[in-house]
Design a protein around this ligand. Structure first.
Ligand code: FES
Ligand code: FES
Length: 158
């Protein structure tokens, strides 16, 4: 039986009815068409599905939609301040060539956002640890680590 829920995502409130076993990832992608959040492994291993819930990074593939009612959910669609402006993290990913196929990118950027909210000047090792739950099959990670470091520099100038 479907349950009526309200989800607050990127500042907007969505009212919908969901089966209790459906994940936040399924609801974001299939019901709300917020497809910036990817689905990779579906088992908590790749990080592609990462979103922020009350400011903390979580795997949306392992989170039931019912669990996050009333919480503040942020997806990559809500990272940039407006439709025609990139977030400094996104700018840095573009500038440093940290995107190839892009499948891992939204999850990487959301974990970078969490990391930089906790630590505005992370070392390379801290960035590597902050992104350790993410797999990228394309870039070799060096450009991604460079991008997060550059994003930290940009965000301090704001
Ligand atoms: S799809 Fe969620 S961790 Fe891989
Ligand atoms: S850019 Fe392709 S998986 Fe990371």
């Amino acid at each position: 039986m479907k349950h009526p829920i309200e989800l607050k995502i990127n500042g907007d409130t969505y009212s919908l009815a969901v089966d209790p076993w459906r994940t936040l990832n399924e609801v974001l992608r299939e019901d709300l068409h917020l497809t910036g959040t990817k689905l990779g492994c579906g088992s908590g291993d790749c990080g592609a599905c990462t979103v922020l819930v009350d400011g903390r990074s979580v795997s949306s593939c392992l989170t039931l939609a019912l669990e996050v009612q009333g919480k503040d959910i942020q997806t990559v669609e809500g990272l940039a301040p407006s439709g025609d402006t990139l977030h400094p993290i996104q700018e840095a990913f573009v500038e440093k060539g940290a995107i190839q196929c892009g499948f891992c990118t939204s999850g990487m950027e959301m974990s970078a956002a969490y990391l930089l909210s906790q630590n505005s000047s992370p070392t390379e090792q801290e960035i590597r640890e902050g992104l350790s739950g993410h797999l990228c099959r394309c870039t070799g990670y060096i450009q991604i680590v460079d991008a997060v470091s550059e994003a930290a520099r940009k965000m301090k100038q704001l």
